[in-house]
Design a protein around this ligand. Structure first.
Ligand code: SF4
Length: 321
């Protein structure tokens, strides 16, 4: 597969994005992304440990921060070559839902528990001026393998797996060209996880939308993604096509994540080997390479100087030449 930066058309291009959060006495930066690309019709993963800035990246794209203390400070978020940062609140709301759909981790917190599913879906269609709502909802429920009478039920009457399917309906019902799925299977048990992933993969192939899949689980990325970005403390440390990265990871952090997910032969391990130590607090980042306190290949200069992104592939001094 060609390199991610070798396409003609991208649904999303992020450039020099900095997101900041004000905390007492300090400003922290949960996202600092120089380059991030999603080619049209491709599935791109964003992976890293919990706390690496993945979800904040999604919030930054959609301006959906859960707190007013967070904001995008600088950079461009080009969706179909239009900078989302330059749009008014109304224009951005129209794009959210209609052109960019979002699948959340846990829809029990997203749907209103006292309003029937069908009514909530109709509200979304009305907000985007879409008619033939009854028929559209019925068809969308068919597509995710749910009975049509689910529309007459309340969210609390559905299992986690059913609710996640309804969440996928909500994300796709306006036929968006980009879907962002943030840990869409994390809250589910293993069997249901596989079903939801297969469903997302099938729907993406059928409808040809681009998909950004955010997950800490590299097994999930391996199952359905074309490309993967690896994120650590808000920065991208490696990017590449999934096959190449899983065959020959470059960044020591990526190697560590993969060892925690697979054996060297690619078979799932019963005993996983996590990376030593833990992700540092954004308010106390180490000098030099942010990964150096945990890196098994650390060199002297790593403690002093932060590595740039070499060859549009990896941010690590080992690849300087
Ligand atoms: Fe490890 Fe140095 Fe590479 Fe950072 S720059 S990942 S510390 S080898």
């Amino acid at each position: 597969m060609k390199k991610i930066d070798a396409y003609d058309d991208y649904i999303l291009k992020i450039k020099d994005l900095v997101t900041e959060i004000k905390i007492p006495g300090q400003i922290i930066k949960p996202v600092e992304i120089e380059n991030f690309l999603i080619p049209e019709g491709k599935i791109v993963g964003l992976a890293g440990e919990s706390g690496s800035g993945k979800t904040m990246t999604a919030y930054s794209i959609l301006d959906l921060f859960p707190t007013t203390a967070a904001r995008v400070r600088e950079g461009q978020i080009l969706f179909k070559d239009k900078d989302l940062r330059g749009l008014s609140g109304n224009s951005l709301r129209k794009i959210r839902g209609q052109e960019i759909g979002m699948v959340f981790q846990d829809f029990s917190k997203i749907f209103n528990p006292v309003i029937k599913i069908g009514k909530q879906l109709k509200e979304e269609l009305t907000a985007h001026g879409i008619k033939n709502q009854q028929e559209r909802i019925a068809r969308a429920l068919d597509e995710v393998g749910l009975a049509r009478d689910v529309a007459d039920r309340y969210p609390h009457g559905l299992s986690g797996g059913m609710l996640q399917r309804v969440g996928i309906v909500a994300a796709l019902i306006c036929n968006p060209s980009l879907v962002i799925a943030d840990e869409p299977t994390t809250a589910l048990d293993v069997t249901i996880q596989a079903q939801i992933l297969d469903l997302l993969k099938d729907l993406q192939a059928e409808k040809d939308f681009s998909l950004l899949l955010i997950t800490h689980d590299l097994g999930v990325i391996a199952d359905i993604c074309d490309y993967v970005y690896i994120m650590y403390t808000g920065k991208i440390v490696e990017v590449g096509d999934v096959y190449e990265i899983y065959e020959a990871p470059k960044h020591p952090y990526t190697k560590g994540l993969l060892k925690g997910a697979f054996s060297m032969q690619g078979e799932e391990k019963s005993i996983k080997r996590p990376i030593k130590g833990s992700i540092p607090s954004l308010s106390e980042l180490p000098q030099g390479c942010r990964f150096h306190p945990r890196c098994p290949e650390v060199m002297e200069r790593c403690r002093e100087q932060e590595p740039p992104f070499f060859n549009q592939e990896v941010a690590c001094w080992l690849y300087e030449n």
